[in-house]
Every structure is written in structure tokens, then in C-alpha cells.
Design a protein around this ligand. Structure first.
Ligand SMILES: Nc1ncnc2c1ncn2[C@@H]1O[C@H](COP(=O)(O)OP(=O)(O)OP(=O)(O)O)[C@@H](O)[C@H]1O
Length: 312
């Protein structure tokens, strides 16, 4: 960066991590002041606000770096806002993770310790181009971007159940967020049916999980696509078919352990472009945020966005 004392526009979601961000932000702000860094901050007021803020910041072009303080959902919104802003020279993004899952930070190699994450920003010398997933959904006519993953079926049902319950918030306070996912996972297991999935020329009659990954991690650190990296172009789709309950339980066990790549019943499609259709309505999530319960006809590819942060 040419400017030795860059100006930051900071988007802060104090609700991220069920209030964890509220504790972290004063620590970061104190450090910004101590280091005499120039910044302006913007607090998110509701779902979708981070996207609006990011777009406005991109249009005003009054800063050198957009710093995001929040979880994967906040970063997801910011990247969408920035890519839809269609900037000629994109303003780079830096990130201090304060969510409950923080899969993007883990995949990128950003410290969970806020001051260390800030050091990774301050000490950065070069732009890091990050691969971002892009989708066009033809039935509903929607388009957007994902930083981590797009899930259809079982895991999207978990997201739906987790986000629509009060349990996550309570358990996060007790540092039992993962337990909340496990509970919702069990409940989703009891209710999720198989669905028909079409990927290019391949038909899966009894798909159960279908996840497009841009990074290795999902659900707060489960390593399901170990070969993926935010620094490599391309996305990976994996599909789990339900052959029998016993077989599915074995796969889910590998999934939780982050060893699902070891299963011969997982079908993988790695490419820069993918086409996916469902034959009936399914829960869909994007980066852990509920998208819809709908039938989809998706075209997926990737774009890049510049980040300003050293990766470990
Ligand atoms: N002021 C607000 N009030 C309520 N919700 C908000 C507010 N600001 C942002 N949000 C929403 O909070 C949600 C959760 O944010 P985020 O995903 O960043 O945190 P998280 O869920 O704790 O982290 P992770 O996704 O890493 O598990 C997002 O959907 C975001 O739109």
C-alpha cells in the first residue's frame, strides 16, 4: 500500500458471536488509538446492513482499507456489498473474526486473538487475492457471492434450525456453541429426507448433503474439503448419498471429525464452474446464513477480491 498510514473504514457487528464482538471491539479500538491509526467506524443495525454499508463505503472511496469485525455472516455481507458495487479498483478488506464459527478466518489463517489479527493487517505488505464463490440462481432470479460455502439439504436444515432457535445464543454464552450445532444436527437428521440432485450430466436420486466449498472448513471448523484454499481458484462440490441409515451415520461421523474426504461414498466435483439443480424444495444456506427453502437451478463460478492481511 502506497499510503504508510492508511485510513480504515471499520464495519462492526456487535451482535456477532452472540455478543462476543461487543467485548472484543473496545480492545481493538483502544489498540487503534494507541497506534494512532486513522479510522471511521460503522455499526451494523440489522441483517443485511453490513452489505449496504460496504456498498456505500465503496462508492464514497474515502478509505484505504475496509476492516470487518464480526463473524462469517458479516464478512459474507460485506463481500457481497463490495462485489455488487463494481469498483474499478476494489478497496482491500481486512478482517478481525469475532463470530461463533469463524470458518473463513481459519481457512485464511487469521488469528482468533484480535490484536494478533490486527498485527497481520498492520504488517501486511501485499494484496492477497482471495477466491470468492459466485452463484446465479435461475428460478428465483437471484445472484450473489459466498466466502465459504453454499449448502443444500442436511447442513442447510441445521442452519435453519440453529438460526431459528434461542438455544445457540444461550449455549454460545456458555461456550457450548458446538453442542448447539450437534443438537440441531440430531434434530435435522430426524427430519431431513433425500432429494434428487442434478449436477451437469450426473443424477443423484437420493442426495442427502450437497455442499459447494470455497474453503476447507464448515460449521465452526469441520475440515470437509481439505484441498480447498481461499488463495486457490476453484470450488469443490461434494455430495453425500443416503444408501442406508447405517452408512449415512458412518459418513456423518466422519463429517463431524473432519475426515469425510476418507469416505468412498462422497462424490466430489472440483471445477471453476458448476451447474446444480434440485428437483424439489430444499433448505439452502450461504456461509451459514439461511438463503431460502426452494427448488434451485444454480450456476456457480468464482471471482476474486483483494484482502490486506498476512496469512499464517
Ligand atoms: N444490529 C444487529 N442486530 C441483529 N442482527 C445483526 C445486527 N447486525 C448484524 N446482524 C446479523 O447478525 C448475524 C450474525 O452475524 P455473524 O455471522 O457475523 O456472526 P456469527 O453468526 O456469530 O458468526 P459465524 O457466522 O462466524 O458463526 C448476521 O446475519 C448479520 O446480518
Amino acid at each position: 500500500m502506497k499510503n504508510k498510514n492508511p485510513k480504515f473504514s471499520i464495519i462492526v457487528n456487535l451482535k456477532a458471536g452472540s455478543g462476543h464482538a461487543k467485548k472484543i471491539w473496545p480492545i481493538v479500538e483502544r489498540e487503534l488509538k494507541r497506534r494512532n491509526l486513522a479510522y471511521e467506524c460503522f455499526y451494523t443495525k440489522a441483517i443485511g446492513h453490513a452489505q449496504t454499508l460496504a456498498k456505500e463505503i465503496a462508492h464514497k472511496r474515502e478509505c484505504d482499507i475496509i476492516l470487518v469485525l464480526g463473524g462469517d455472516g458479516t464478512l459474507h455481507e460485506v463481500i457481497n456489498g463490495l462485489l455488487f458495487a463494481k469498483q474499478k479498483t476494489p478497496i482491500p478488506v481486512s478482517y478481525i473474526p469475532t463470530g461463533s464459527g469463524n470458518d473463513f478466518a481459519k481457512s485464511y489463517g487469521i488469528s482468533n486473538t484480535p490484536i494478533k489479527a490486527l498485527d497481520q493487517i498492520i504488517n501486511c505488505q501485499n494484496i492477497q487475492n482471495v477466491c470468492i464463490g459466485h452463484y446465479i440462481e435461475k428460478i428465483g432470479g437471484r445472484e450473489g457471492f459466498f466466502i465459504n460455502n453454499l449448502g443444500i439439504g442436511f447442513d442447510a436444515r441445521i442452519v435453519h434450525k440453529t438460526n431459528s432457535s434461542l438455544t445457540k445464543k444461550g449455549l454460545n454464552k456458555l461456550n457450548l456453541g458446538q453442542f448447539s450445532y450437534a443438537m440441531k444436527g440430531f434434530s435435522a437428521f430426524l427430519t431431513q429426507n433425500t432429494f434428487e440432485l442434478i449436477i451437469g450430466e450426473r443424477h443423484f436420486k437420493k442426495a442427502y448433503i450437497s455442499i459447494v466449498n470455497n474453503v476447507p472448513y464448515i460449521g465452526g471448523g469441520m475440515n470437509v474439503s481439505p484441498e480447498m484454499s481461499p488463495f486457490k481458484k476453484g470450488i469443490e462440490l461434494f455430495v453425500v448419498e443416503k444408501k442406508s441409515i447405517l452408512n449415512l451415520l458412518k459418513i456423518l461421523n466422519l463429517f463431524i471429525q473432519g475426515k469425510v474426504d476418507k469416505s468412498p461414498y462422497v462424490h466430489r466435483f472440483k471445477n471453476n464452474k458448476l451447474a446444480i439443480k434440485t428437483k424439489n424444495s430444499q433448505f439452502i444456506h450461504l456461509d451459514g446464513e439461511e438463503f431460502a427453502k426452494t427448488e434451485v437451478n444454480l450456476i456457480l463460478d468464482t471471482q476474486t477480491y483483494p484482502f490486506w492481511q498476512i496469512h499464517n
